[in-house]
Design a protein around this ligand. Structure first.
Ligand SMILES: [Zn+2]
Length: 141
């Protein structure tokens, strides 16, 4: 039901298994959820960009990250067009996925009263994203 535009990344399950770790595959392709409080980016507030771990598409800026204390990384806004929202297949809220590859990121919540510009919360699995520092002073290859 979501209309995606641009270059879409399409891979078979086998191809995804080849490029993702078992944990990444479980979350991105099977809508898994990492254990709260264990994620690499839960308490992580350095300046930069978070991209999709599956297809490397930039998804979130560090300036939109905040700490709601829920145990997962949270952002109040995604990069324009980078995030798709759809009703969760389990009927529980709104699922957010990478618009480019369809990888599961987490869940979307609105109107919870957090002091953010949007009052929205993108609750994202650390496993689904990869951080890229804003400064390019050191080699990141
Ligand atoms: Zn992606």
């Amino acid at each position: 039901m979501t209309e995606a535009t641009g270059s879409l990344v399409k891979k078979t399950e086998e191809e995804w298994r080849a490029v993702l770790s078992p944990e990444q595959f479980r979350i991105l392709r099977e809508r898994g959820t990492e254990t709260p409080g264990t994620g690499e980016y839960d308490k992580f507030f350095e300046e930069g960009i978070f991209s999709c771990v599956g297809c490397k598409t930039p998804l979130y800026k560090s300036t939109t990250k905040f700490d709601p204390g829920c145990g997962w990384p949270a952002f109040f806004e995604g990069l324009p067009g980078a995030i798709n929202r759809s009703p969760d297949p389990d009927g529980d809220g709104t699922e957010i996925t990478c618009a480019a590859c369809g990888g599961h990121l987490g869940h979307f919540h609105k109107g919870e009263g957090y002091a953010t510009p949007t009052d929205e919360r993108h609750c994202v699995n650390s496993v689904s994203i990869k951080f890229h520092p804003a400064k390019s002073s050191s080699a990141d290859a």
